[in-house]
Design a protein around this ligand. Sequence first.
Ligand code: TXA
Ligand code: MG
Length: 350
Amino acid sequence: MQTEHILINDPAEQAEDIRRAAGIIRAGGLVVFPTETVYGLGGDATNAEASRRIYAAKGRPSDNPLIIHVAFPQDAAKYAYTDALYDRLADAFMPGPLTVIMPRKPIIPLSTTGGLETVAVRCPSHPVAHALIAAAGVPIAAPSANLSGKPSPTCAAHVAQDMDGRVDMILDGGDCEIGLESTIVKLDRDEAGEYLTLLRPGGITYDALCCVCPRVAVAPAVTEMLSADVRPLSPGMKYRHYAPATPVVLLDGTPEDVLSYLQQRQAVESCAILCYDEEIPYLRPERLLPVGARDDLATHAHTLFSRLRESDALQADVVYAHLPPREGLGLALYNRMIRAAAHTVRKIQR
Ligand code: TXA
Ligand code: MG
């Protein structure tokens, strides 16, 4: 398949390009588009054949459900049974990097939800995503636009590496601002009332969610390794993800101890290092992959997936990275990095 690449600087001025992209979606084709989190591989969420094409293009098992993207928060009610808690979340965080899982309405086919009776809904804030969904007039099902098992793409060059020849069109909207996929919560209810289960941490933090809903449970798979016999709440959590070809090892220790460990390792092995800016003057320059200043979690999130892709090109034997803190945006980084490292954490003590 021939893939058309279109640079979108301003969706308002490029209405004709957006209209053409929307026409492809309505006709059952696939369009990759930018969002504020990562690039999405989009197709008509109400069209079972389009969902099948998405799974095929991504090389993804079809029991792993897709997120459906809507142009306005209130559109969720057309596709899912929303409630008062959804309305509060929408008021607080939408449009933005939050996905909410709710009971599915029949208009969304089971092939889109991986056979589940629930559906994940997100209203992205990126102007190109918004313009495309609004012009398509249908909800757009979109997983991250990477081949299954690769880090999610955060720029059009990474999309092209994975999706050229597999989709009809790629809309290039530059770098994704956040760089990690959306926060996913499930609306739940028990005898004590409503609560949220956090299935995937992202740009909307645990603390921010707690301001809207006093009860937020964190699914075990967010921080722990699931044993093979456990069925995760979110099917995607069971798949190996975000993993570069080179093994990743996370280092846990004081800044001084970890730096001195890295210096020692550089002397004896070919290692790539996802390092903090403060460490650069003290390390050999080869195969350094800076992720921003130590306290700058937003830059770390913004650069992480690019750095993981770059690490593969360096032909190192191992990639070292810091174990992130679990607070704030750190929890999302922690979740992605322990999976990239297949839970390999080395405790460093001098
Ligand atoms: O930021 C994002 O969310 C990006 C952009 C493109 O919007 N999309 C994204 O989609 O990350 P994907 O497919 O790569 O990840 C969606 C995750 C998967 O782990 C999937 O298992 C889970 O959401 N999911 C989707 N629907 C679900 C449902 N009904 N119940 C439980 N988990 C669900
Ligand atoms: Mg993904």
